[in-house]
Design a protein. Structure first.
Length: 272
């Protein structure tokens, strides 16, 4: 599918849908036609402003997205998707659906949408700055149409991040913890470091800069080194880092991370 022929729809103009469209439109602001719908007027207004330099149009219903678009990004809340798909399943148009809805498997989405072609994705908010991580449930078949669908989805997603294929819905549920929800987890870690730094006498702005930029640098190191090596390189015998790591272990950090991962995965598993 050539980019110049895409009419791209967005159903749901919340944070995640906005993050993805912002990333895509920063690359494709002239060669894609955008259509969008949300029941919340302020969200529609914000999307209109975001797409002000693009060929874009607000529509009045989900059904119109199905009629106008080649590809539709599903970014509504999980509680709303069933009614939307029921209301559109009878339509003769069958656009490619790219689902960003947590916990919704490819098989269930296919059933609810009356066998509409679909790609299920677990995104995250760093897409706003071109660093998104997209876990894709791998349901590629040997058909030419299926391959083209996944290529079209991946081409859009790669404009604002990286794609990773996962084999099962259970793996997708785990990916919610590791990539979908983890920006909030990492933000909690940085916030705690900043508060502790302030308690030890650092100005808040400086404490934030130290923690934030160190996290960014460590992320780059993780591209070339294992977590174990990075820890070993920093942790000298009987040094300050060793004392801090022991304190974290005594406080139960590893158990807390495990509990976080299990809780997020179980919540994702229970939504549908």
């Amino acid at each position: 599918m050539k980019t110049t022929h895409i009419k791209l729809g967005l159903l749901g103009c919340g944070k995640m849908g906005t993050a993805l469209v912002k990333g895509i439109s920063s690359v494709h602001n002239k060669d894609i036609e955008y259509y969008y719908f949300d029941v919340i007027e302020t969200s529609m207004n914000a999307m209109a402003e975001l797409l002000s330099d693009c060929v874009a149009k607000a529509v009045d219903s989900a059904e119109l997205l199905w009629q106008f678009c080649d590809i539709i990004i599903l970014a509504v809340k999980p509680k709303d998707i069933t009614s939307v798909l029921i209301s559109t399943s009878h339509l003769p148009q069958k656009p490619l659906l790219i689902s960003l809805i947590v916990g919704l498997s490819h098989d269930k989405l296919t059933r609810l949408s009356n066998n509409t072609r679909c790609v299920c994705v677990m995104p995250n908010t760093p897409a706003l700055v071109g660093e998104g991580v997209f876990a894709i449930e791998d349901k590629r078949s040997t058909s030419a149409e299926s391959k083209l669908d996944y290529e079209a989805a991946e081409k859009l997603l790669n404009t604002c991040g990286r794609c990773y294929y996962l084999e099962t819905q259970e793996q997708m549920n785990a990916a919610v913890a590791l990539s979908g929800s983890s920006p909030a987890f990492f933000a909690v870690i940085v916030e705690a470091l900043v508060d502790a730094g302030v308690a030890e006498g650092l100005p808040r702005d400086l404490a934030l800069a130290l923690a934030r930029d160190t996290m960014r640098g460590t992320a780059k190191l993780l591209q070339i080194n294992s977590p174990m090596k990075i820890k070993a390189d920093v942790m000298s015998p009987a040094g300050t880092t060793a004392a801090g790591i022991i304190a974290l272990e005594r406080a139960g950090l590893v158990k807390a991370v495990l509990e976080y991962t299990l809780a997020v995965t179980e919540k994702s598993r229970s939504i549908f």
